[in-house]
Design a protein around this ligand. Structure first.
Ligand SMILES: [Zn+2]
Length: 79
């Protein structure tokens, strides 16, 4: 699909391996992928696009919330 990037958008520097963490949608535009290096993913607890739940909007970076078994987006409870 999209070309891999060698740029980490999180610490704004080059990286050897970039992980897609979000997709920015632009009206009638190509949009853009937000990349993060493994370091930043681990440091900030970012959930890679691959592991994000389908319910989560791809345009927003999802962070792991320490201490909570599932996403703590207030989406707990029955539905
Ligand atoms: Zn980084």
């Amino acid at each position: 699909m999209s070309a891999r990037s060698n740029w980490c958008n999180t610490h704004r520097g080059p990286t050897e391996r970039a992980i897609a963490v979000a997709v920015i949608e632009v009206n009638s535009g190509p949009g853009g992928t937000v990349w993060s290096c493994p370091d930043c993913v681990a440091r900030y607890g970012i959930v890679p696009l691959d592991e994000q739940s389908p319910d989560h909007p791809a345009s927003r970076i999802q962070y792991r919330t320490p201490g909570s078994p599932r996403d703590a987006d207030g989406a707990s409870g029955g539905r």
